[in-house]
Design a protein around this ligand. Structure first.
Ligand code: FES
Ligand SMILES: [Fe+2]
Length: 391
């Protein structure tokens, strides 16, 4: 009998190797990420496994956990996480999951609790994660409550920000941030959050991160921003294994980024002469974005929801001494950034829609040096697993 051709050999790679390799070239000859990287659920699943499940994710501030029992609950890589300050003053992170049948434990996003009682069968945990009560489980001879405390998650802090990591084998936060510019002089721990806004954006998390790292679009889209910092005023970029960033100079006659361009409040004590004349923007991979003006700090935390949707938590921080001033009012910086943010989200949604065309990606402008650094990091992170994806 003659051999027949295989009937079902139609699977093809999702991404051409040449397109992925074109991202890795020097910026002068490289091309942007293929559109499918912003669209495919398979890519999103891979990102969860290879980036968000093994990296450090900022989930809040130490100032959110000031008192014993204060907690935050959130999701990291789609997995529920609980961070709580214990009665012993230690901060700890756990999988926010009951050890009985695995129900999600704390339901509120934040609060203060003495214990955490599961709403299913009332297993109850202390703020240190110990199982304190498990109704009727003494009827099972081999049950030992000590074996069923909440499962720990790694927790660390940097600059007063809480970071968690789901991977017990991952490098420490300090190692993961190796080479990150020294921001000690901004005394980030002592800053206080004065405002936060959550934005839901119909765009992939990478589109948002890329948009943060270039000002090629600023003259056209952000006239208010470009009035204060010219889009070509970027100084030398910082590019490391886990971050990129760089400064933008304040134009002559302007002292901060705000609706007026004029500082209402003192500079952050400890900043240097260069800091007084610029705003620095830094992107710690995967999705922690921090901007440093002379008198305040702005953070964007980008949370992937699915391939086409992200949530952005934007937070404004000022020195405690500034916040304590009579009639303190940050509205000039809040309004300025809320406008700029919304302008940016519009751009990101345009890119997300355009990705659907799956046309060959275009070249980077040299001003997009940091975008390229991030895209290159991204392709390297996923490596061969990306090239192996098939449809
Ligand atoms: S699932 Fe939590 S007590 Fe049963
Ligand atoms: Fe922008």
């Amino acid at each position: 009998m003659a051999e027949s051709a295989p009937m079902n050999d139609a699977r093809v790679p999702l991404f051409a190797r040449a397109e992925l390799e074109a991202v890795l070239l020097p910026v002068e000859s490289a091309h942007n990420l293929p559109g499918g990287l912003y669209l495919e659920p398979e890519v999103f699943a891979l990102e969860r496994d290879t980036i968000f499940s093994v990296g450090w994710t900022c989930i809040g501030r130490v100032e959110d956990l000031e008192e014993a029992g204060a907690f935050l609950s959130t999701e990291v890589a789609g997995r529920p996480v609980l961070v709580v300050r214990g009665e012993d003053d230690e901060m700890r992170a756990f999988h926010n999951v009951c050890r009985h049948r695995g129900a999600c434990l704390a339901q509120e996003a934040s609060g203060v609790a003495r214990t955490f009682r599961c709403n299913y069968h009332a297993w109850t945990y202390g703020t240190d994660g110990q199982l304190l009560a498990a109704p009727l489980m003494d009827e099972r001879a081999d049950f030992d409550a000590a074996d069923h405390g909440l499962a720990p998650v790694r927790l660390d802090t940097w600059g007063g920000f809480l970071f968690v990591n789901l991977d017990s084998a991952a490098p420490t936060l300090a190692d993961a941030m190796s080479g990150f510019p020294d921001l000690e002089r901004y005394d980030l721990e002592s800053l206080r959050r004065v405002h936060s806004v959550t934005y839901d954006v119909d765009a992939n998390w990478k589109v948002l991160c890329e948009n943060y790292s270039e000002c090629y679009h600023c003259a056209l889209v952000h006239p208010q921003l470009n009035r204060v910092t010219d889009f070509r005023s970027g100084g030398e970029s910082f590019v490391g294994d886990s971050f990129n960033g760089g400064p933008m100079a304040l134009k002559e006659g302007y002292t901060t980024l705000s609706t007026t361009g004029q500082r209402r409040y003192p500079e952050i004590e400890g900043i240097n002469d260069a800091d007084r004349k610029q705003v620095q923007y830094l992107h710690l991979y995967p999705s922690f974005l921090i901007g440093l003006a002379p008198d305040y700090v702005l953070v964007h935390r980008v949370q992937p929801i699915d391939a086409g949707h992200s949530r952005v938590l934007c937070e404004w921080f000022y020195p405690e001494t500034t916040v304590a001033l009579p009639d303190f009012d940050a509205s000039e910086t809040i309004e300025f950034w809320d406008l700029t943010n919304r302008q940016d989200w519009g751009l990101c949604e345009m890119v997300q829609n355009g990705a659907e065309s799956r046309l060959a990606p275009g070249p980077y402008h040299p001003l997009e040096f940091c975008v390229h650094a991030f895209d290159r990091w991204f392709v390297k992170q996923l490596g061969d697993r990306l090239a192996a994806l098939q449809r």
